[in-house]
Write a protein that binds this ligand. Structure first.
Ligand SMILES: Nc1ncnc2c1ncn2[C@@H]1O[C@H](COP(=O)(O)OP(=O)(O)OP(=O)(O)O)[C@@H](O)[C@H]1O
Ligand SMILES: [Mg+2]
Length: 562
């Protein structure tokens, strides 16, 4: 609209605006379209204050109720799997944090064609009564978001989102039974989430008799779809037991009787080593975050702040950073100006700082991966590689690869790829994941496998790839795929190559043995004929002929062993 036109003109019908245009610019089709333009209703103008009346806060639960696909609830079968996953993740995290060997049961009952009741029970520490409503009836509430420590959960959305999905699709509350110890009472809750306020509404809060010493049971009724195949709950439970050999899992699917419960026993009798919580490493901190940290710190001077709020910064390193940045070590962090912060940020990159501590990450470990693979997969050969921890954006992470080859695994199909992040199987978004990119980008031909371009290798192989970190960079809130950080892809490639070399030795040996066996059978077939020919030429008797056959066979054996 031309700037010079008045407000009144703006309200005039479109026909008059069109007629103001120079005639020569109007083409025939434009003239033909005129009646339609005349019909267009004038657009009502809205003032800023009209808009202001409609502007208001959006509660996080309203947002995720509308965008439930972001949390992994985009279709009924995925919703069922995500609910199980969130419950099991929390159960495993809680047990490990409390130092308890996990014994977890998952039950799914089909109530009607598309309605299911999911129950997850753990032997964890239980939940304090006052916390139950907030944990299950409020999105973005949890104990794991504000710390840098390896755990399955990190966002504080998981279980409350599953409860909210159940409520939205069935109108039923989440049912929680929890007990924190032998001498404590068990509590039974029924609660729903008020999506507009993102607040819990408790429907029932009773003390009950429960024959469990400590632990939590969560029951959620939801619209779902139970199906088999790659994305099935069965497959998920199998995969989670592979990556958590210290956990005992009991799984009862829809239509199964209690005695049909599938038990995945413990392979390891010890908990993974406890992981330490760490502070951010200075190398990965962005300028804005650094400035925020200076504002929030409890330290009174810069030297103290750098030492206390970051990992691996000693007094000497803090002095070196301040000196390079030409900022006094005694400066109050809150008074640090933007240009000073920028200089400090640059100085950090120039200063030599030790790599972050590695005790914040607990890998599964090569021995246990191999043991778990042997227990779960029928294969001729297993191998595993655990890399040393490194850093992306200041967050330590580590990559492990397990590999099973041969045996009952299908020969002509693409390899099976199990992806894990902090011991949680990733079931969806395989194509968008850094792990897949690293697997498809590895030259498997060099290791004796077929490799169609840009696709997974083909052969009797199962690959299990695990990324463990204090903060796994997922591509979305539903935690389905790992983001493509170059540092992570590089480590993945190195781990895959290491395992690839191990399997290639096995494949070559296998091929050599097969070749030799073929040659041997070929020669063995002709040995009796050679003896007969010798008998004829040299006039052997039958005894001598048979002795020659035996000697030649022995010579063949001996050369094979050499
Ligand atoms: N079974 C349980 N036993 C003990 N505590 C639990 C249990 N389930 C959940 N919690 C507590 O409730 C909090 C919220 O759980 P929720 O699943 O919503 O988020 P999260 O696990 O922190 O992160 P994420 O959204 O990534 O799953 C957890 O941080 C944990 O402290
Ligand atoms: Mg969780």
């Amino acid at each position: 609209m031309p700037k010079t036109r008045s407000r009144a003109a703006a309200r005039k019908p479109a026909r008059r605006q069109a007629s103001k245009q120079p005639a020569k610019k109007r083409s025939a089709p434009a003239r033909a379209a005129r009646p339609a333009r005349r019909a267009a209703a004038p657009r009502a103008r809205q003032s800023a204050s009209d808009l202001a009346k409609r502007q208001r806060d959006i509660s996080v639960s309203e947002f995720f109720a509308k965008n439930r696909h972001l949390l992994g609830f985009d279709n009924p079968s995925k919703a069922l799997l995500t609910t199980v996953k969130e419950g099991v993740d929390n159960a495993l995290d809680a047990c490990e944090e409390a130092g308890i060997l996990p014994a977890i049961s998952v039950e799914i009952q089909q109530l009607d064609e598309s309605r299911f009741l999911v129950a997850i029970q753990d032997n964890g520490p239980g939940i304090v009564r006052a916390q139950v409503p907030k944990i299950f009836g409020r999105l973005l509430y949890g104990s794991k978001f504000h710390r840098l420590r390896q755990s399955r959960g990190q966002q504080g959305i998981g279980i409350s989102a599953a409860g909210m999905y159940g409520l939205l699709t069935t109108g039923k509350p989440v049912v929680i039974t929890t007990r924190t110890g032998k001498r404590k009472q068990a509590h039974h809750f029924e609660l729903v989430i008020d999506t507009q306020k993102n607040e819990p509404k408790v429907k029932r809060d009773d003390v009950v008799q429960w024959d469990v010493e400590h632990g939590t049971r969560v029951e959620i009724e939801l619209e779902g779809n139970y199906r088999g195949g790659q994305h099935s709950v069965d497959n998920y439970v199998r995969q989670i037991s592979l990556a958590n050999p210290h956990a005992e899992l009991r799984y009862r699917g829809p239509g199964q009787k209690p005695e049909q419960t599938h038990v995945f026993p413990r392979v390891a009798q010890e908990l993974p080593p406890e992981t330490a919580e760490i502070k951010p490493h200075p190398y990965g901190v962005e300028l804005g975050v650094l400035m925020q940290m200076f504002r929030d710190t409890g330290s009174r001077n810069l030297r103290g702040c750098l030492q206390a709020d970051f990992s691996r910064v000693s007094g000497r390193v803090a002095d070196a950073i301040c000196e390079t940045a030409k900022v006094a070590t005694t400066r109050r962090p809150r008074e640090v100006k933007r240009d000073e912060a920028e200089r400090l940020h640059k100085a950090i990159q120039k200063t030599r700082i030790m790599a972050p501590p590695t005790d914040c990450i607990a890998p599964i470990g090569e021995a246990l991966i191999e043991k778990a693979l042997r227990a779960e997969v029928e294969a001729d050969f297993v191998a595993a590689t655990t890399r040393r921890p490194t850093v992306y954006r200041g967050n330590p992470f580590l990559v492990e690869v397990g590999l099973a080859y041969g045996g009952a695994l299908p020969v002509e199909e693409p390899v099976t790829l199990y992806r894990y992040a902090n011991r949680v199987p990733l079931q969806y978004q395989q194509g968008a994941c850094a792990i897949t990119r690293a697997v498809t980008g590895t030259d498997w031909k060099a290791y004796g496998l077929q490799k169609p371009r840009g696709a997974l290798p083909v052969g009797p192989m199962l690959l299990m790839v695990h990324v463990a970190s204090v903060w796994v960079p997922f591509t979305s809130e539903s935690k389905e795929a790992v983001a493509h950080y170059p540092e992570i892809i590089k480590e993945l490639r190195l781990a895959l190559q290491e395992c690839g070399r191990k399997v290639s030795t096995h494949i070559r040996r296998q091929r050599r043995e097969a070749d030799e066996a073929k040659k041997r059978s070929y020669i063995t077939r002709y040995i009796p004929h050679v003896s007969i020919a010798l008998q004829e030429i040299l006039g052997f008797d039958d005894r001598e002929r048979d002795r020659t056959t035996r000697t030649l066979t022995k010579v063949l054996e001996r050369t094979r062993k050499l």
